[in-house]
Ligand binder design. Structure first.
Ligand code: PMT
Length: 407
């Protein structure tokens, strides 16, 4: 982001006020941000706000006597354009090449390789109108990146799709977009969450996995250009809104097993973060198991049978060009158990986390991990956000892709 020349186009949506924070965050990250506003945007927010946070002049007038070619100046300046919010009207103008103010004229004058990101924000009916949908399709086909709007309470009081995402999310989108696409062309299967093994129609055996580690890996892989299949057991996390991530939801170990085996031949790498139950009840009771009314000492027996070990099975099917990465959730003797799993499951490396620690493992945002490799080497990683750990794991995967697989 440092020194990146970003043109922020602000059009006349009620969410224009959020763009002040976008300009501020981008500037704080080191970008050189210039803002161009439409006349409608000027009715909602003041250019002074943008001037204040970017320290750059803000432009809106195509006909100012002192500026000879403001649209060409801006187009030459821009290394990336972000239009946020993008109104239905502005999207229509972009789609049809209408140039009747400074910002729309600048869009036509951009160099052909300047990336353009737009964040549509409007009432749901306007967003879903065939005209708007068609216009967005036209822009997509020209390579414009559409930042999907959020759902929720809209300024007009309706509830639905059309909210401008929060400034932090918009900035993250830009950051990810600018990230080097080191995993471009790679297909990665990532498993997440904790499987549920049904006891009866309403109860199950489960574990505390939240899916956070797997989802962080999916987001980071996609940001690096990979196409991701996120195979997840039940989680409260919402589906990643990323066209590079295809989310498949399953419930039990058997369902995850079947999906993983089906997808495996088509991927370059698998990262198994899912906490898969090793056992399941041998019988699923129909309906709800009822307790007896008059025997407080009643006992029932539940017989458990083994689930397939998915990773072990993938290890036997792995081709020399595929990379297999496991996780190990341990409470003691981390290294011994992790190294045993690398060998038994035929892994390229394993990420071991001590789940007895309060800020590591299940359901927290942070983790403390050691990566063990086949050649006895290891990398001890300190406490960090799961998103950062995802990056460290993918750095190692990248090295294997670059150096050729060792097994
Ligand atoms: O989801 P979060 O709340 O973010 O928590 C993250 C996590 C703690 C779940 C994650 O960091 C983690 O440690 N995942 C692995 C959990 C686990 O099942 O570990 P294990 O040591 O029992 O299994 C070893 C490996 O074999 C794992 O990659 C596991 O996915 C795989 N496995 C296990 C059993 C089984 N039947 N099939 C498998 O494929």
């Amino acid at each position: 982001m440092e020194g990146k020349k970003i043109l922020l186009g602000v059009t006349g949506g009620i969410a224009a006020f959020k763009s002040i924070s976008v300009a501020s965050l981008l500037t704080k990250l080191g970008a050189n941000v210039r803002v161009a506003m439409t006349e409608s945007a000027m009715k909602l927010v003041s250019p002074k706000n943008f001037h204040e946070v970017t320290k750059n002049p803000v432009t809106h007038d195509l006909w100012k006597e002192t500026d000879l070619h403001p649209h060409i100046d801006l187009a030459n300046f821009a290394e990336l354009v972000l239009i946020a919010p993008a109104t239905a009207n502005f999207i229509a103008k972009m789609a049809h090449g209408i140039a009747d103010d400074l910002l729309s004229t600048t869009m036509l004058a951009l160099k052909s390789n300047t990336p353009v990101l737009i964040a549509p924000a409007m009432n749901t009916r306007m967003l879903e109108h065939p005209a708007t949908r068609k216009n967005l399709e036209i822009l997509k086909s020209r390579g414009v990146k559409i930042i999907e709007p959020d759902s929720g309470l809209l300024a007009c009081g309706d509830i639905g799709r059309g909210r401008l995402p929060e400034p932090q999310d918009l900035v993250e989108f830009v950051q990810n977009f600018l990230r080097k696409k080191t995993l471009e062309g790679k297909q990665i299967l990532i498993t997440a969450g904790g499987t549920r093994e049904r006891l009866d129609s309403v109860r199950f055996l489960g574990n505390p996995s939240s899916g956070k580690m797997g989802f962080a890996l999916a987001e980071e892989s996609a940001a690096r250009g990979a196409d991701v299949v996120l195979l997840t057991a039940p989680t409260f996390l919402s589906e990643p809104r990323n066209e590079k991530i295809k989310t498949i939801r399953v419930e039990s170990a058997l369902e995850m097993h079947d999906a993983a085996i089906r997808i495996f031949p088509n991927v370059d790498a698998v990262i198994m973060t899912a906490a898969v139950a090793d056992f399941r009840p041998s019988k699923v009771f129909e309906g709800k198991i009822k307790k007896s009314k008059d025997n407080p000492d009643e006992k029932i027996k539940i017989e458990l049978v083994r689930n397939p070990d998915i990773l072990l099975e993938l290890g036997t099917r792995k081709t020399p060009n595929q990379v297999l990465i496991g996780f190990a959730a341990e409470m003691n003797d981390l290294e011994t158990y992790a190294r045993d799993k690398i060998q038994r499951k035929n892994l390229d490396f394993i990420v071991a986390n001590d789940v007895s620690k309060s800020d590591a493992g299940f359901a927290v945002d942070t983790n403390i991990a050691t990566i063990f490799f086949r050649d006895d080497s290891k990398i001890d990683l300190p406490l960090m956000e799961k998103s950062e750990l995802a990056g460290k794991i993918l750095d190692q995967l990248q090295k294997i892709f670059e150096g050729g697989n060792s097994i």
